[in-house]
Design a protein around this ligand. Structure first.
Ligand code: UD1
Length: 423
C-alpha cells in the first residue's frame, strides 16, 4: 500500500493544468453503451475510478483503448448479463451503466454499486425513476445475493425526483436518450457535469433540452452515433489546488479552471482572505496572509457549496484565524477525516452528526489515514501547512480522483514523496 510523505510546503507557485472532470467522464463512459459506433473521449486523467469503469465496460463486451489522455470506446456488441460483479461493487459510478444498458438491450443484470463510505448512498431514486419509464425492476434477487434484474426498454414518461440526485438525473437522461418516447424529469440536479453529459448526448445525436435547470426534457431517438468529445475540466480538482495555494500563502495559476462552475467555492475562499482572479482561460489564486475563519458554510446541491469541497475547505479552515462552522447536508459520514485532522493538532468539535466547529490552529505533522477520496485530499492540503512531516496512508483513495496529486503539487514547489509501505 502506498503512502504520501508530505513536508511542510513553502509558498506554492507556478501553473497547473486541469484535465477533464472525473464526474463528467464517468457517466460519459457509460453513455457510450448507447451507440454501436466508436466514441473518443479526450483529456481524461489517469484515475483508478476511470480504469475501474473501463473494466466494467469491457466486462459487458466494450472494446476500450487508452492512448495517452484519449480513451476510445466501441460498444458494437454488448452483453447485459456479464457485468463484472467485483468492479460494480467497488465504485458508486458503476450504477451509471444501468440506464444505458436498458436503453440499448432492454434488460440488465446489475449489482449494488460501491464507492466512498461517506454515507448510505441508496439507489432508490435511480430505480424508481426507471420504473416510471416502464422498466420492471426485481430487487428480490439482490436480497438473495444474485443481483438486481431489470427488464424493459425505457418508453419515456414523467419522473419527479424527490431530491436532485446527480447520478439519478444522469441515469434517467441516458435511459431517455435512446428510447421511443419523451422523458420529462422534474426536480433535476443542475451540476455542470449534468450540462456536460447533455452536451455529450446531443453530440452523439440525442435531443436533450433544459440541462442546468430543474426540468429536463428528452425526445428519445432510435439510434445514436459516434463522436469525439472533450469534457469540462474538474472543478473539484481546481478547488483542491485553490486550497493548497491558500494554506501555503502561495500564488498559482490553475489553467482550464472555469470560474462559472466554481462560484460557491470562489466565494468561500475569497471570504477566507484568498485573492482569486478569474480569467478566460483559468483562475489565479494568491494569498498574502493567514486565512480567516468563515462564520457559516452549508453544503448544498449545485449551485450551493459542493459537498465534495467540504473536507478540503474544513482542512483550510483548520489552519485559519478564528472559529468557523461548516454543516454537511448531503452525506452522513463526511466528517470522518476530521478525526485524522485532529491528530495533526486541528481543533474540530462535531455538533451532532452534520456540523463541525473549527477553531484554526497551527498544525503539526502526524501519521494519518485517508478513508475516502476527498478526505484524503483534505489531509494533503492540511499537511502542506503543518509543521514537520505528515505521513498519509490510504493513498489508493486519493488516486481514485487525482492523477498523481503529489506530482501536481510538487510541480508547484511542494515536497511530497510516495512510498510503498510494503517495501
Ligand atoms: C455525485 C458525485 C459525487 C458528489 C455527489 C453530490 C459522481 C460520479 N459523483 O454522486 O462526487 O459528492 O454527486 O454532489 O458524479 N440519494 C438517494 N437515493 C438515490 C440517489 C441518491 O437517497 O437513489 C441521496 C444520496 O444518499 C445523497 C444525495 O441523494 O444523500 C445526493 O446523492 P447524489 O446526487 O445521487 O450523488 P451521486 O450521484 O452518488
Amino acid at each position: 500500500m502506498d503512502a504520501l510523505v508530505v513536508t511542510k510546503a513553502n509558498k506554492l507557485s507556478g501553473k497547473i493544468k486541469l484535465k477533464g472532470a472525473k464526474n463528467s467522464i464517468l457517466p460519459i463512459i457509460a453513455a457510450c453503451v448507447l451507440t454501436s459506433d466508436e466514441v473518443l473521449i479526450r483529456d481524461c486523467p489517469k484515475l483508478s475510478d476511470i480504469s475501474d469503469m473501463l473494466g466494467i465496460m469491457q466486462s459487458i463486451g466494450a472494446k476500450v483503448q487508452v492512448n495517452g489522455d484519449d480513451i476510445t470506446i466501441c460498444c458494437r456488441q454488448i452483453n447485459p448479463h456479464t457485468i463484472d460483479r467485483g468492479l460494480m461493487s467497488k465504485i458508486r459510478s458503476s450504477i451509471f451503466i444501468l440506464g444505458p444498458l436498458l436503453a440499448r438491450c432492454g434488460e440488465a443484470n446489475i449489482f449494488m454499486p460501491g464507492g466512498c463510505e461517506i454515507g448510505k448512498r441508496p439507489i432508490d431514486l435511480h430505480l424508481d425513476g426507471l420504473r416510471k419509464l416502464g422498466v420492471v425492476v426485481d430487487e428480490e434477487c439482490a436480497e438473495e445475493n444474485c443481483g438486481i434484474v431489470c427488464k424493459g426498454t425505457p418508453k419515456g414518461g414523467i419522473v419527479t425526483l424527490k431530491y436532485p440526485s446527480v447520478g439519478a438525473t444522469e441515469n434517467l437522461m441516458m435511459a431517455g436518450a435512446l428510447s421511443n418516447g419523451q422523458t420529462t424529469i422534474y426536480g433535476c440536479a443542475k451540476e455542470p457535469e449534468i450540462v456536460d453529459l447533455a452536451a455529450f448526448l446531443n453530440t452523439i445525436g440525442a435531443r436533450v433540452y433544459g440541462a442546468g435547470s430543474n426540468l429536463i426534457v428528452i425526445d428519445g431517438k432510435r439510434c445514436l452515433h459516434g463522436a469525439r468529445y472533450k469534457p469540462i475540466t474538474d472543478r473539484i480538482a481546481a478547488g483542491t489546488y485553490m486550497a493548497a495555494a491558500a494554506v501555503s500563502g502561495g500564488d498559482i495559476y490553475i489553467e482550464g479552471a472555469i470560474g462559472d462552475h466554481m462560484d460557491a467555492t470562489v466565494y468561500k475562499f475569497r471570504a477566507a482572505g484568498a485573492h482569486i482572479i478569474e480569467e478566460q482561460r483559468g483562475i489565479r489564486v494568491y494569498c498574502d496572509n493567514r486565512l480567516k475563519a468563515i462564520k457559516q458554510t452549508v453544503t448544498l446541491p449545485y449551485p450551493g457549496f459542493p459537498t465534495d469541497m467540504q473536507p478540503i475547505l474544513v482542512a483550510a479552515l483548520a489552519t485559519a484565524k478564528g472559529k468557523s462552522v461548516v454543516t454537511e447536508t448531503l452525506f452522513e459520514n463526511r466528517f470522518r477525516f476530521a478525526y485524522q485532522l485532529e491528530r495533526m493538532g486541528a481543533d474540530i468539535v462535531l455538533d451532532g452528526d452534520n456540523t463541525a466547529i473549527i477553531k484554526g490552529q497551527r498544525l503539526h505533522g502526524a501519521d494519518v489515514y485517508a478513508q475516502d477520496l476527498r478526505g484524503g485530499a483534505a489531509l494533503t492540503v492540511a499537511a502542506l501547512a503543518a509543521d514537520g512531516i505528515t505521513l498519509i496512508n490510504g493513498v489508493e483513495h486519493i488516486d481514485r480522483g487525482y492523477e498523481s496529486l503529489e506530482n501536481e503539487l510538487n510541480s508547484l514547489g511542494a515536497n511530497i514523496s510516495r512510498i510503498n509501505k510494503t517495501d
